[in-house]
Design a protein around this ligand. Structure first.
Ligand code: GTP
Ligand code: MG
Length: 151
């Protein structure tokens, strides 16, 4: 089953939205396989957002991500990467449609509450960057029998 990396950003932690964000992913049927709260170092922030190095918003982005704790998670499910990106909505909360996490709860392009990997390849890279192998739990979620029609 596909895995994706999700992070509740400092604004989500500060605004008390960790539970709400986790609840939405759980209700969709995704399976939580790793979770930890992290005070992000400058080095980890730079490695996570390496693709954006050199862009005008990069210094502010690094300042933001290191400014308060985040909640780092790995979620698993069928097409988990795309499913999470759809639940998040587009980057700018002010433009995101209602019904999405950002559309319902965020109002800014930078302070957009939550990160989700943008491809299976990014997910692999980010999971490796944020978690040790023994922090990823393999467990059977009995709910899945009623979630996916396996014929
Ligand atoms: P992530 O899930 O956080 O990666 O968001 P995304 O994939 O929707 O956006 P992208 O990877 O393009 O940008 C990464 C993060 O940089 C965004 O989530 C924003 O927090 C920030 N960001 C992107 N573009 C801008 C911008 O134009 N201005 C500002 N201030 N921040 C931006
Ligand atoms: Mg991104």
């Amino acid at each position: 089953m596909e895995r994706t990396f999700v992070m509740v950003k400092p604004d989500g932690v500060q605004r008390g939205l960790v539970g709400e964000i986790i609840a939405r992913l759980e209700r969709k049927g995704l399976k939580l396989v790793a979770l930890k709260m992290v005070r992000v170092s400058e080095e980890l922030a730079r490695r996570h957002y390496a693709a954006h190095e050199g862009k005008p918003f990069f210094p502010g982005l690094i300042r933001f991500i290191t400014s308060a704790p985040v909640v780092a998670m790995v979620w698993e499910g069928r097409e988990a990467v795309a499913v999470v990106r759809n639940l998040l909505g587009p980057t700018d909360g002010a433009k995101a449609a209602p019904g999405t996490i950002r559309g319902d709860l965020a109002n800014d392009i930078g302070f957009n509450l939550v990160h989700g990997s943008d491809s299976v390849e990014s997910a692999r890279r980010e999971i490796d960057l944020w978690f040790r192998q023994d922090e990823l739990l393999d467990w059977e979620n009995h709910r899945e029998a009623w979630l996916y029609d396996r014929g």
